[in-house]
Design a protein around this ligand. Structure first.
Ligand code: UD1
Ligand code: UDP
Length: 382
């Protein structure tokens, strides 16, 4: 029997959440030798995900430094990958999304003439600096990749407009696969405050904010708006698991400390996060992943960014762009907290990003590409 070696490469929390179910699916395929290389661009936040999915990497570059720059991440990944690729000699490398690990992993594979599969391909804002540096990372990876696994039809159409039509598969997003394994009815949180909150009589707002293009003034506006929301609405409890980036830690504590109903807590393990999301009233975030997860759980989202590469949930009516200015963010949140009809219009489950079967489709597509399967997978239909 022909066998192929497929190596997944990832380094940050969101990549891990979206690649772990795929790495596990690949390891279950009899004709695939599945290898996993982590760069550890994130250390604690990555390890938390690896623990939850019980995934043990074959290679760990351990590159993270405090306040790392884009250049140090990229160069350390690139150099580290050299030895790994020479030793492992994979037939295919899989990278995910748009981080510095993604770009460096794809580039390293290209330098070794190893084919690249891009998971979560085709997302675009067409604004080079927003999100920064992610928009350019994903465009550069599209140029390198041989296989493109697009979550949605509009992602596929973006690639087609750029002349990329070969090796494109419409799969759905693997985050929905992950979500289906984590949310349970009687979840017990390890963070005490999350068990104590009254999710029925209080309005729990789940907040995350970490994007590099929001560092500085936009983040100050966002934090000020969040505090105004907590001040103006006595029934609001704001829960913010703060990203470990020192820049984010400093901003969050500067603007949000010392309020009795603002809970700044450590980053949550992914199962804790998904179960909190399933119980909260509203999500306010600049995260990519939360924009995909919250609609599947029927939770309205205000996006704390000027644009989004995920327009599908905006079209479905569950996500609104709130921008990064204090006044519009405060006004939009206030409306959702006071206007029952406006809230109800957004609080319905929408699943434009996947049906929980993306990993199976990606593994099938890989087998098809390597002649191990006669037919390509049927595309995801939203
Ligand atoms: C990175 C990605 C971004 C993604 C985000 C997910 C790039 C350029 N950016 O941004 O696309 O949305 O991850 O969270 O690839 N830190 C720790 N421990 C951790 C993780 C981070 O201490 O487990 C601290 C370190 O000081 C590190 C800093 O956070 O230097 C920033 O991490 P970095 O990966 O450079 O940027 P993110 O903002 O996390
Ligand atoms: N997440 C988590 N714990 C947290 C915050 C986020 O597990 O404290 C999960 C979240 O559910 C989603 C992913 O991390 O699956 C999103 O990661 P992040 O917001 O860091 O990055 P982005 O998606 O913006 O690239």
């Amino acid at each position: 029997m022909n066998r192929i070696r497929v190596m997944t490469i990832f380094g940050t929390r969101p990549e891990a959440i979206k690649m772990a179910p795929l790495a596990l699916e690949l390891s279950r395929r009899p004709q695939i030798d599945a290898l996993c290389c982590v760069t550890a661009q994130h250390r604690q936040m990555l390890d938390s995900v690896l623990d939850i999915f019980r995934l043990v990497p074959d290679f760990d570059l351990n590159i993270m430094e405090p306040r790392q720059t884009l250049s140090t991440i990229t160069s350390k990944c690139l150099l580290g990958m050299e030895e790994v690729l020479e030793q492992a000699r994979p037939d295919l490398v899989l990278v995910h999304g748009d981080t510095s690990t993604t770009f460096a992993g794809a580039l390293a594979a290209f330098y070794h003439r190893v084919p690249v599969g891009h998971v979560e391909a085709g997302l675009r804002t067409y604004d080079k600096y927003s999100p920064y540096p992610e928009e350019m990372n994903r465009r550069m990876v599209s140029a390198i990749a041989d296989l493109h696994f697009c979550p949605t039809p509009s992602n596929r159409d973006n690639l087609a407009r750029e002349g990329i039509e070969q090796g494109v598969f419409l799969t759905g997003n693997t985050v929905i696969d992950a979500l289906q394994t984590t949310v349970v009815k009687d979840f017990h949180f390890s963070e005490g405050v999350l068990n104590d909150l009254d999710y029925v009589n209080r309005k729990v707002i789940l907040v995350t904010c970490h994007r590099r293009e929001n560092y500085g003034t936009p983040m100050a506006h966002i934090m000020t708006a969040l505090r105004r929301v907590a001040d103006a609405f006595p029934d609001v409890e704001l829960v913010y698991p703060v990203h470990l980036s020192p820049v984010v830690q400093e901003a969050a504590h500067q603007y949000l400390d010392g309020h009795p109903r603002i809970h700044l807590i450590a980053p949550l393990a992914v199962d804790e996060m998904h179960n909190l999301m399933a119980r909260c009233h509203l999500v306010m975030t600049d995260s990519g992943g939360l924009q995909e997860e919250a609609p599947a759980l029927g939770k309205p989202v205000l996006v704390l960014r000027r644009e989004t590469e995920r327009p599908e949930a905006v079209a479905a009516g569950t996500v609104q762009l709130a921008g990064t200015e204090e006044e519009p963010i405060f006004q939009m949140a206030s409306r959702l907290l006071t206007d029952l009809a406006a809230y109800a219009a957004m609080a319905h489950a929408a699943n434009p990003y996947g049906d929980g079967r993306a990993c199976g489709r990606i593994a099938d597509a890989i087998e098809y590409r390597f002649g191990l399967r006669a037919q390509p997978p049927a595309p995801f239909h939203p």
